[in-house]
Each structure stands twice: as C-alpha cells, then as structure tokens.
Ligand binder design. Sequence first.
Ligand code: NDP
Length: 460
Amino acid sequence: MRKINSIEEAKEEIKKFKISDCAEDDVFFQALEEVLLSIYPLFKSGELYTLSAKNAIVKRLVMPDRVIKFKVAWLDDDNIVQVNTGYRVQFNNALGPYKGGLRFHPSVNEGILKFLAFEQILKNSLTGLPIGGAKGGSDFDPKGKSDFEVMKFCSAFMTELHKYIGPRVDVPAGDIGVGAREIGYLFGEYKKITSSYDGVLTGKPFFFGGSLMRPEATGYGVIYFTRKMLELEAKESLKGKICTVSGAGNVALHAIEKLLHLGAIPVSCTDSKGTLHDPRGLDLELLKDLKLKQRQSLQEYLKTHPDTEYTPISDYPKNAHAVWNIPCYAAFPCATQNELTANDANNLIKNGCISVSEGANMPSTKEAVSIMLNKGILLAPAKAANAGGVVVSGFEMSQNAAMQKWTFEEVDEKLKATMESICEKVAATAEEYHVKGNYVDGANIAGFKRVADAMIAEGI
Ligand code: NDP
C-alpha cells in the first residue's frame, strides 16, 4: 500500500480516475476531483482509504453500479411521435436502496446525471439515513407542454423505468422540471403497470402518500443549516441582514420563505431569462403565483412592482452573473450547477458577503470554491446544505412503510434537528482533520467515510 505524501501526488493519482474523455463527463470529473482532493487527509494516513489501498475502495466508489439508458417515445397533442432519452444512474447502494431525484431538462445527459448521482451518495450518507445514491431523468423539456403531453411523456418514461425501481430497490424523487404534477403521473403509471401501491417515489402529493413539507424541505433545510453554521462560527445571525438568492423554483422560493420567517431581507432571485433585484425585500406571494402557479418569467414581477430592477441575461457582465454583484451578508445559489464563477466569488467578497450556502447542486465552479475558501468565506456545500429534500423524502418512505401521517410541525422539527446535526457533524469532522471552518472538506470526509466503511464491511 503506497502512501500519498503530497497534494501534487494525490492530483496525479486522481487524474487516473478520469474514465472517459467525453465532454459530457467533464462535470462528473469536476465533482470527483473536488471530493477526492478534499479527502486528501485520509490518503495521507496510508490506511484503509488510500487511493492505492488493496480494497480499491476509491476505485469502486467512483464507478456507478450501473447506468440505465432508454428510449422514451410519446405522442404529442398534434398526434406526432416524439422521442427523448431516459436515464437512471444507480451509483451506490452500500447504505440502502438507491435514492435520488429525476431531472427533466433539455441539458440532461449521462455526465450530468453521473455527477448528480455521485454527489447524492455522499449527501445521503451525511443524513445518517439508510439510503444509497442515484439520479435519473431525461432531456425532455416540460416547459411549454400541455398537461396531457407531460402525462404522456411520464407514462412512456415509467413504462421502461418501472423495471429497475421498487421500494427496497430504488426510490426516485423530483428535481429540476419534476414536481408534484410529474411525480403524480409517474406514480399513476407505476401503479397501473405493477398493480402495486408502493412507496416507490417520493415527493408525492400529500393526499396520496406524500409527506407534508416535502416541497419546503430543501429550501428550509438550507436556511436551518446556515443558521447553525453562523452560530457555530460565532457570526451574527441572519435577522435583519440582506440576503441574495438565485433561482426561482422550488428550492429558491422556499429558501426565501424561511429567510423571511427569520427576519432576514431576501432581495433577489433569478430564472433562466434574468435577475430580479427588489431592495425592499421580495414579494414572495407574487413570486409563488408567477413561478409556481403560472410558470411565467420573472419579468412579469415588474407589472406589479414597476420600480424593481430587472437585468436580462443578455446584459450580464462577462463571465459573471448580475445576482452575485448585489451587496449582501449571505448568498444562496439555488438555481443550477456552475452558476457562481470566479468573478462572481470575487464580487461577493468585495461587497462584504460572509457566507455562501449552496441550495443547488454544485452551483460554484472549482475556481469559485477555491477563491471563497482561501478568502475565508463560510461555504456550506450542497451535499450538506441542500440535504433537507432527501431527508424529508426519507421521512416520506418511513411514513409510507408504517402507514402513518406526520403533522407539518412534526416533520419541521425533525428536519430542523437533522439539518443541525449534519452541520455539527461536518464542523466536527473538519476540526478532527485539522481544517476547522472548512465545511467543504468536513462534508466530503464525513460523507465518504460512512459509505466507504459500509462497502468495506460488505465485502467485494
Ligand atoms: P426548479 O425546476 O423548481 O427551479 C429551477 C430554477 O432555476 C428555475 O427558476 C429555473 O429558471 C432556474 N434554472 C434552471 N436551469 C437554469 C440555467 N441553466 N440557467 C439559469 N437558470 C436556470 O428546480 P429546483 O428548485 O427543484 O432545483 C434547483 C437546484 O436545487 C438544482 O440544482 C437541483 O438539483 C437542486 N436540488 C433540488 C432539490 C429539491 O428538493 N427540489 C433537492 C436538492 C437539490 P426557469 O424558471 O426559467 O426555468
């Protein structure tokens, strides 16, 4: 067993894990590299987990158990057959059944889903729940489709997917483009094909098997995590502080809601067309109506609040995003991957931001992460900060298995307790490995160790 003696040696070894040169896999390798460099303190130990250990634990962990890819043919409203690609990446089930969301978005490809599934393994590990890691989805775009077309697509998608999932095998949930409507259609088709009323999907509407608070869980969880992190690091609380948020979907809007509950002042949100900046604090009810009910552009907000600032995406500064140039105390990227660049990180720091909490999965580029950590920004990484969604999905599985319904308050209390305990575990691990205050390394090491230990205990 060879000891890794320097970070340069570790970087050389890690390059060997780049298993393909396909451009689609770049984002997957970005995630792998970040995690493997982060767990470098474990490689130096020359023990169980090193890159060249006999148990090949790293080599086994970075390769998915299987990638399922399938054709989805469906009939649109003009009776024309449309064809999309469907995927399910079942990455690792050492800790429990595969678990992770489905994403319906034109940008979906195998590389993005491998990156998301890999991150999901460590996130699920951090929750302490008995669940493995997976992700799936399709390049289908629900935007602009009728309800009937979405239903047709979901039925066709499930006709293939049902062969690979089950309550003790693999339990998908929602993600970008997959909300309660899509989960309802997917569940209906699964039930029809299998004649079985199983808790095979989470994120179901409450009246047929869903958990209360699943829609709020990720956004609220990000704020619970951040509140605890600021307390542990002896920083001022969020009350009365200006906060910037990106995204205007499920995660962003519920993060904004919890910020408002805590007396913070969320002033921004974004969608795929532009950035809204309302310095008086956002009108959440209007946003929910526009984005969740009417599925309209953020620009419509100006019809009710004409004095609000709106920057279309075409006017963003080069290699930067308008939202991260707004002065704030704490920032919450909640839209999509790689939406916070090195320039954005520098702008946040220049404008006095002290903490960045990732609601979206891997929203910060590699360069941005390194700048923020070097300049002492408190960075709450996605796999810890946005675990609230999967935590409540785990609660939904428990309620389904026990045929119980928990109240909103019960779920909220359990979510808060779990997010705070994840935060404490991450902080304690960082301290144990001599990187106190580095929540990125703390989360990667703690998440990795639990999965690796299970894999070693379960044999090859
Ligand atoms: P939604 O589909 O509800 O919202 C996504 C938001 O981000 C929308 O406002 C969308 O704009 C915007 N957006 C999406 N892609 C882009 C892009 N390429 N450029 C600019 N804006 C974009 O998704 P969620 O809120 O559910 O998810 C957001 C993030 O959080 C994702 O990274 C997801 O993986 C992560 N996440 C979600 C969880 C959940 O429980 N939902 C759990 C854990 C992580 P528009 O309105 O114009 O489409």
